[in-house]
Design a protein around this ligand. Structure first.
Ligand code: ATP
Length: 625
């Protein structure tokens, strides 16, 4: 985690240095603050002047003496100072040290907040940007909710450590060091007694920090699971209702929330034990010192092993100051419990972030070389292509395919035969394992990913609309398009009239995933997007699968305009689509089993004819019903 923070705080090193210097000054002010109290007690109780121990204070106290109007009237022995002047001096010092400490605390906390927020911003951008670059294969194995937890929750935990923890940690270390030195200077014997407890305290802290870290990591993971179940359910709320899964989903959610509660409870209980245990040990130490101090001051010598503290060795003023420092020494130890929990949360967050950031992004060796757009004609060749999602499963087995530019090909076959996989390989969502795919006689691996994908329009059965306006959604195809071009594309896609019938026209808002539009409307908006994009290659995956007959006719009109003069690969079993294709490929178990026009395949009496017969039998049965 330290290395991770060091790297990611690179741009903030100067401001962190300033905050560090302020922390040093603040700790110094806090370390000096108890002295004025000692001065007052020593003067009031024993008539001992501070200038006796600290001669450099003599001149300053002379000045404060002049403020005591009664001082001139009273006879003060030479070398002595007025009680009033010393009280005035001590309270002024107290006020100044406290004010300086408060001001510096404000400045440090402001800097910590700025650094924390900037770090959050940069980590979120870094992680989100990296997620965009990771291959589809990786994404398909992840849980959405868990990824969201990493982008939101885990980064917040790192931010909390930076904002609330680091300054405390630094101040704590400096305070422990400073207080130890001052205590040793005041009385090394008492200091030895006071620090007897520290090794035991450290052991306790180490043990609990480790256990809390383990428990916190488990709790983060469990929270990710809860987020995953919630996002999966909300994303499929229509299906949940349609299949009356409300109760079973609630049960599934309850199981995960219960697990989350258990592990979070364990982390919380450990934390709850830790803080008071530290407090008990600190109280033991303080009580011990108060007892010994009072005993030595008032009754007799104290002898412990090799240590002898003589009676009267400490003034009451020194004892009070010593106890104040003792409290300051133990305070950072108490804070360690809070810091330990912040640090463990941040450490587990860092690990979870690194897990994602360590994933290798999609390979794009040619990005730098091909910055200019590449315009392809759309001549596609598959040469002996083999592919599988896992090592032990081959989905495509030696695909040979030659599609001249402008030709329209339909892919049919049983479910799982590899149709979607075959078209996805063209966009390099996955890399072929053997053989190659070429466009215009160039291996697609030679193109920059953006150049390749800009030459292909993809449309699936679930048309994806993004939040924004209708205009935003159409212009995704070509971000610098004018309104005229957008309208022209919408007209061709037969959606313009509908858009104009809406009060806000092209500025009509689109809600999440386009839920405020029907399936057919969404399809035509996506067709307008593809028309505007004007890519030479078009991939359509069951584009009319979810549509009723009337809507399908509308969408088919729009599609026929979109398909004109482009190379088309369409996965569909609709006869009206298959009839308008130049060729149909029948896939079976990852191989091209048959190919030809609709009529040729019908006459062949092979797999395709069987599929059609099966479909007809099903249709006529449903009609009879
Ligand atoms: N992301 C993935 N990870 C692992 N296996 C996958 C993945 N996508 C598809 N598969 C597997 O690859 C095989 C081919 O899937 P593909 O989606 O290409 O078939 P399809 O012919 O398009 O099917 P359908 O008509 O049902 O959409 C199937 O056995 C499927 O389980």
């Amino acid at each position: 985690m330290v290395g991770f923070l060091y790297r990611n705080l690179k741009g903030h090193r100067l401001i962190i240095l300033i905050a560090t210097m302020m922390t040093c000054l603040q700790v110094m002010a806090d370390l000096l603050a108890p002295f004025p109290l000692k001065f007052i007690i020593d003067k009031v109780k024993d008539n001992v002047d501070p200038s006796l121990t600290y001669p450099f204070l003599g001149n300053i106290l002379d000045f404060f003496d002049t403020l005591d109007t009664t001082h001139r009237l009273m006879t003060v022995p030479p070398g002595k100072h007025s009680t009033f002047g010393i009280i005035l001096f001590a309270t002024a010092m107290l006020l100044i040290f406290n004010q300086i400490s408060a001001l510096l605390t404000y400045l440090q906390m402001s800097i910590a907040t700025i650094v924390g927020q900037n770090l959050t911003l940069s980590l979120r951008r870094q992680l989100f940007g990296h997620l965009q670059l990771l291959p589809l294969g990786w994404h398909s194995r992840q849980k959405k909710g868990d990824l969201v937890q990493r982008v939101v929750g885990d980064i917040t935990n790192i931010e909390k450590l930076v904002t609330d923890g680091l300054i405390d940690l630094l101040a704590g270390i400096l305070t422990v060091l400073g207080v130890s030195v001052i205590m040793l200077l005041i009385d090394w014997r008492f200091t030895m007694l006071a620090i007897l407890l520290i090794p035991a305290l450290f052991l306790l802290i180490l043990k609990y920090t480790f256990s809390i870290k383990q428990a916190t990591k488990k709790a983060s993971w469990a929270t990710g699971q809860v987020a995953h179940i919630a996002s999966e359910n909300i994303g499929a709320i229509t299906e949940v209702k349609a299949f009356t899964m409300e109760q079973s989903e609630a049960k599934r959610f309850a199981i995960h929330t219960e697990k989350n509660r258990e592990v979070a409870l364990r982390a919380g209980i450990l934390q709850a034990q830790f803080t008071p245990l530290v407090a008990i040990m600190v109280a033991l130490g303080t009580t011990f010192i108060i007892g010994i101090g009072a005993y030595v001051a008032a009754i007799s010598d104290f002898v412990f092993w090799f240590l002898t503290i003589e009676q009267g060795r400490l003034t009451i003023g020194t004892l009070v100051v010593f106890l104040t420092y003792l409290k300051m020494l133990y305070q950072p130890m108490r804070n360690l419990s809070k810091l330990a929990s912040l640090a463990t949360l941040a450490a587990s967050g860092t690990e979870r972030l690194q897990e994602v950031l360590n994933q290798t992004p999609e390979v794009d060796k040619h990005f730098e070389v091909q910055k200019k757009p590449v315009h392809l004609r759309g001549h596609i060749t598959y040469e002996n292509v083999f592919f599988g999602y896992t090592k032990d499963q081959t989905v495509l087995k030696g695909i040979h395919l030659h599609i001249p530019a402008g030709r329209k090909i339909a892919l049919v076959g049983l479910s799982g035969s590899g149709k979607t996989t075959l078209v996805n390989l063209l966009l390099r969502f996955y890399e072929v394992q053997h053989g190659c795919i070429k466009i215009d006689s160039v291996n697609i691996k030679e193109f920059a990913l953006t150049s390749l994908r800009q030459n292909v329009s993809l449309m699936s059965q679930d048309s994806v609309l993004f939040e924004g306006t209708l205009r935003n959604n159409i212009e995704i195809g070509q971000p610098d398009a004018s309104l005229d071009q957008i309208i022209n594309a919408a007209k061709k896609a037969r959606i313009h009239d509908f858009i104009m019938s809406m009060p806000l026209g092209y500025d009509t808002p689109v809600y999440e995933q386009g839920k405020n539009f029907s399936c057919g409307q969404r399809q035509r908006i996506v067709i307008a997007r593809a028309i505007l994009r004007d890519a030479p290659i078009l991939i359509l995956d069951e584009p009319t699968a979810n549509l009723d007959v009337e809507t399908e006719a509308e969408v088919m009109h729009a599609l026929s305009i979109l398909m004109a003069n482009r190379t088309v690969l369409i996965v569909s079993h609709r006869l009206n689509i298959l009839g308008s294709m130049d060729e149909i490929l029948v896939l079976r178990e990852g191989k091209i089993a048959e190919r030809g026009t609709l009529n040729e395949l019908r006459q062949k009496n092979g797999i395709f004819a069987c599929m059609l017969a099966e479909k007809n039998r099903y249709n006529s049965n449903s009609n009879q019903c």
